[in-house]
Design a protein. Structure first.
Length: 108
């Protein structure tokens, strides 16, 4: 019985340490710009239409560099790039400012 409990405890510890080494990145899109952004995307993460003043749900994204794209209702193209990295679980937010600048930061 003690051997089974010890093995179970050891397996739980190994699983815990292993999960800390996996990379799990999620990203969302915040639109502070004056118009809706259509077809907003960052790498493999697709956010669809993000209305002005709103924030999308988090989407999974691969580690590394990515391109940002989208279109306003006036036809202006949204372009930019970014990168995510780090072991473990991280959440990021891409923000389109009121002036149209693109920024990315890790959520704390």
């Amino acid at each position: 019985m003690k051997k089974i409990i010890s093995l179970t405890f050891l397996a739980a510890i190994i699983f815990l340490f292993y999960s800390c080494f996996k990379e799990n990145h999620k990203i969302r899109f915040r639109n502070d710009y004056a118009t809706t952004i259509f077809n907003a995307a960052a790498g493999s993460a697709s956010f669809g239409s993000v209305p002005s003043g709103s924030v999308s749900d988090f989407q999974s994204i691969s580690t590394g560099n990515f391109n940002i794209s989208g279109t306003t209702n006036t036809g202006r193209q949204l372009t930019g790039s970014g990168a995510v990295s780090g072991k473990g679980t991280h959440k990021w937010t891409i923000t389109i400012s009121t002036s149209g600048h693109v920024g990315i930061e890790e959520d704390k």
